[in-house]
Design a protein around this ligand. Structure first.
Ligand code: SF4
Length: 490
């Protein structure tokens, strides 16, 4: 059996990092982890080829040579998937599709005749059996939620890891909280399930064996959803890291109550974690109540961010505007909050109603849902009728984004961050790629782009005052270029 696994092209978003990939000599931000994991569930004697369309073009020859095309996609890939399905049909090749896009929209995509809905682990043996017999069903619906003990090590041999800016592994699925807008709890449930420490370390060793020596994104919904297990994992990672002198660094996603647990923060930093993405959402208490983000209420969120920074973690923040309870001055409040906290990478999005979420159902009941979400909440588009008014929100959002990523405000945030951040642990080694990225960024940000003066001030002051933090500052300066391009294109 010849299977072609295809990951569709991701449009430009905050998370695509497209504008900086060239500077760091990479082709895509993250590898297609879901597809690599599914590939590992297929029989060893099948002939597999993977084409990540973010890295290389998909040629007709590759489609014609295979027996089946497997596609994995997220909501953001909707348009690309329709195009891909039409192409495969025209070339006479059957498609099997899976991933969040199809699970969240089981009734869409009539052009794709075979789909795996839900988490694939438990149904893949049946899929393989049916493929062998030629009795493939239109839908394989996973019942319940699989334990992660049986998840195989992703087939890293199917990609060239050097094409990617960051590698990815997964430790847990699910989150115990219940935010109204969140589709993670719909798809992965509220009871976190984890792999064993041995499993995760075996995955990290597999990544190392492919020659990877840089950052690894632990792509959990909430890395601290089950804190006791997370601590067990971290102790094992620390022991492994010290024993093997592993050069890997980590980033992940976690809820803000990480700041309440100094032991957990310390373990994370010792295990090599450098960055954490935290859903901060909004400084408006009424809006936090509305969306049921109760763990963010009743705490000083700026303090929480700075506690994490002092512990040695860079905080990337998710923010949302467009809640019914947002006050008229929400844009000013978000701007001031973000500047004060030193969250340099602030992913601000307009509220969007994702399929099957509680928000989606409420807006439907209230007759306010207008279209399906594109899955990209950083596009200044709304798929429901907002209380503050569409034009007001969209104009305010565009303005907020431009102000946040305009060089002076952005570099000011880097300074605030560097002031609070406690550099801990071993530094990642400086590679020849880092040196090249530095030289390219010098040319781009220091000579060609707007904000040159602010850039040089930032470079010189960091070299003079905080030379140990220069690598980190440089990385943020380079990332800022991507965010600025996205903000200016809104
Ligand atoms: S804390 Fe994050 S992952 Fe958990 S329900 Fe809320 S938004 Fe979703």
């Amino acid at each position: 059996m010849k299977v072609l696994l295809v990951y569709p092209p991701t449009p430009e978003t905050f998370w695509s990092f497209r504008h900086v990939l060239r500077l760091v000599s990479k082709k895509a931000a993250f590898p297609p982890l879901g597809l690599l994991t599914v590939a590992a569930m297929l029989p060893d004697d099948w002939d597999l080829r993977l084409v990540d369309m973010n890295v290389e073009p998909l040629r007709d020859d590759a489609i014609l040579e295979c027996d089946w095309v497997f596609v994995s996609a997220m909501l953001i890939h909707k348009d690309a998937v329709v195009e891909l399905a039409q192409r495969c049909r025209a070339l006479g090749k059957p498609v099997m599709a899976g991933g969040p896009l199809f699970t969240a929209n089981p009734d869409l995509f009539p052009e794709i005749p075979h789909r795996v809905l839900g988490e694939a682990e438990d149904v893949m043996p049946q899929v393989v059996e049916d493929l062998r017999r030629g009795t493939v069903q239109p839908v394989y619906q996973a019942e319940g939620r699989p334990a992660l003990a049986g998840v195989p090590i992703p087939r890293w041999d199917l990609i060239n890891v050097r094409n990617y800016a960051t590698m990815a592994v997964q430790f847990s699925r699910g989150c115990p909280y219940d935010c109204e807008f969140c589709d993670i709890v719909v798809m992965n449930g509220r009871v976190p399930r984890t792999k064993s420490p041995g499993q995760l370390i075996a995955e990290l060793e597999a990544v190392l064996a492919r020659g990877w020596r840089d950052m690894v994104f632990i792509v959990d919904d909430n890395f601290i959803g089950d804190r006791p297990r997370t601590k067990i994992l971290l102790r094992a990672m620390i022991e492994w890291r010290e024993r093997t002198r592993s050069p890997l660094g980590f980033l992940t996603e976690a809820s803000v109550n990480l700041a309440d647990d100094p032991e957990l923060c310390e373990l994370m930093v010792k295990a090599g974690f450098r960055k954490v993405f935290v859903g901060i959402e909004t400084p408006s208490v009424e809006s936090l109540t509305e969306c049921h983000k109760l763990l963010n209420r009743g705490r000083d969120l700026v303090q929480a961010v700075q506690t994490l920074q002092r512990a040695g973690l860079e905080v990337m923040g998710g923010f949302i505007v467009g809640f019914d309870n947002d006050p008229q001055d929400i844009f000013r409040r978000q701007f001031e909050f973000i500047q004060r906290s030193g969250v340099v990478t602030a992913m601000v999005g307009l509220l969007t109603a994702l399929p099957q979420t509680r928000l989606y159902q409420r807006l439907m009941r209230e007759g306010r849902l207008e279209t399906e979400s594109t899955g990209n909440n950083t596009q200044a588009s709304l798929n429901f009728r907002p209380r503050l008014g569409r034009e007001f929100l969209q104009a305010g959002y565009r303005d907020l984004m431009r102000r946040l990523y305009e060089p002076r405000a952005y570099y000011r945030r880097i300074r605030t961050f560097l002031k609070h951040h406690q550099s801990a642990g071993r530094s990642l080694r400086v590679s020849s790629g880092d040196v090249r990225a530095f030289l390219r960024s010098l040319w781009l940000l220091g000579f060609r782009c707007r904000g040159r003066l602010a850039y040089w001030r930032m470079v010189v002051s960091t070299l003079l005052l905080r030379p140990r933090q220069f690598r980190q500052a440089l990385e943020l300066m380079i990332m800022g270029y991507h965010f600025r391009c996205v903000a200016e294109s809104l």
